[in-house]
Design a protein around this ligand. Structure first.
Ligand SMILES: [Zn+2]
Ligand SMILES: [Zn+2]
Length: 437
């Protein structure tokens, strides 16, 4: 009995010692190294698929940390491997792309960078408006810590620097480039996103689905053009399109179970050229969100059914019915392995304190392309969030002051130190939980 108590006490002491040693080590690496690196990344964001300099810098940092680095995986992707004896293969992913936004955060190191858009060919301002600079900087911190503590873990660590998350292209491109065939299929896959919705430094982890699945859908409506003064001579695609937009609202409101989340948003509606011309075409652009395959099918089938049948209602011939095009830019929902999420929650609470870990359900239906790494073949995975907004900013908002800027806003502003140090600590604790000797 005494032995057991002493043993337990020893474990508790070693656990808390590990916790504070780890946070001291991460804090000093932040001050001496990571803060400067973050500053560099924040000032120099690059757009999806053309993250050339960012990838080069990440490859350099990870090889300096002692990893075997391969560049050009699935475009600009980087894979860094550290083999350290018999044990699991654990993959950690960080996405690295910025957005075509002119930064207006007012920060001293706000980006003034510009880059030629690979989509439009125009020069655009670029901004790390989603915090991917936090992810890659944290990855370097994790890489350095794991390399310096090789005696504490066994197995193979695979660090994946992913391009083009914002266009949900990068993870699929790396899979397409045979990442698992070339570097091994991981036993576990991990990733985190910094979140402006959570208090800086907090870990928010779900045992369910932290991110929705998303589909991009286009509806092309064929009308019959006519003079605006002679509507009976045409088929007005704007009226038909408006009926379709309204009818689509019934999918979530009346067909989906009220306990099952789903979104159908018509984000764009284009038609016509002039006041008095009835156009012969309208184009709707939709985003459709779900957290399960069943919901996905219900919504996509429903959109097709409504669009085509509203065309029939308008009296269009069968070969002129609205066309529904489902883009292959679709992502499955991100679904955490509940048992692993519980295991990591416990490890985080033991090492970083009970207060550091929360499970606050997400309110939106944002999507991620990380699940391309974790489906077909299925890989046990957990995706968590690290808070990035100081408590004071939430207090100001609650008192009726400035709103906390959201992701993808030109005002987006993350507190780098607590986010990056929590990013490194939480990743190291998760890796140690899976790979400790
Ligand atoms: Zn984003
Ligand atoms: Zn993001």
């Amino acid at each position: 009995m005494f032995k057991r108590i002493i043993g337990l006490a020893a474990i508790l002491i070693s656990v808390s010692a590990f916790g504070s040693d780890l946070s001291d080590a991460v804090k000093s690496d932040y001050d001496e190294y990571l803060a400067g690196l973050f500053d560099h990344f924040h000032r120099n964001p690059e757009l999806s698929t053309v993250e050339n300099e960012t990838a080069r810098r990440m490859a350099l940092e990870l090889s300096l940390a002692g990893y075997v680095v391969t560049e050009g995986v699935g475009g600009t992707g980087v894979v860094a491997i550290m083999e350290n004896g018999e044990g699991p293969l654990v993959m950690m992913r960080a996405d690295m792309d910025g957005l075509p936004i002119e930064e207006k955060s007012g920060l001293e190191n706000a980006s003034r960078a510009q880059q030629k858009s690979p989509i439009t060919g125009n020069m655009v301002y670029t901004m790390h408006a989603c915090g991917h600079d936090v992810h890659i900087t944290s990855m370097v911190g994790t890489a350095r810590h794991m390399a310096a503590h090789k005696d504490e873990w066994k197995g193979t660590l695979m660090l994946v620097v992913q391009p083009a998350e914002e266009r949900v292209l990068g993870a699929a491109a790396m899979k397409e480039d045979d990442i698992w065939g070339r570097f091994g299929t991981p036993d576990y896959a991990l990733a985190f996103h910094v979140s402006s919705n959570d208090v800086a430094g907090i870990i928010n982890v779900s045992e369910g689905s932290p991110y929705a699945g998303a589909d991009t859908v286009d509806i092309i409506i064929h009308g019959v053009g006519a003079h605006g003064a002679h509507p009976h001579r045409g088929k007005d695609p704007i009226v038909l399109g408006s009926q379709i937009v309204l009818a689509l609202q019934t999918l979530v409101a009346r067909e989906l179970s009220p306990r099952d989340p789903g979104v159908v948003t018509v984000g764009s509606f284009h038609s016509g050229t002039k006041h008095n011309i009835i156009s012969d075409r309208a184009h709707l652009q939709l985003t459709v969100r779900n957290t399960s395959n069943e919901t996905r099918e219900l919504l996509l089938n429903g959109i097709k059914r409504i669009a085509e049948n509203m065309g029939r209602v308008a009296g269009l011939p069968e070969d002129k019915l609205p066309e529904v095009i489902i883009s292959n830019e679709s992502v499955p929902p991100t679904i955490n392995d509940a048992a692993l999420a519980r295991r990591l929650k416990q490890a985080w609470a033991e090492n970083m304190g009970d207060d550091a870990v929360v499970d606050i359900p997400t309110k939106g239906m944002g999507a991620e392309d990380f699940p391309f790494f974790t489906v077909e073949p299925a890989i046990t995975s957990v995706y968590w969030a690290i808070g990035g907004t100081p408590q004071e900013a939430f207090d100001v908002e609650a008192a009726g002051g400035d709103l906390v800027p959201s992701h993808h806003s030109p005002l987006f502003k993350i507190s780098p130190e607590p986010s990056i140090t929590a990013g490194v600590e939480s990743t190291v604790v998760a890796l140690m939980a899976l790979m400790a000797e």
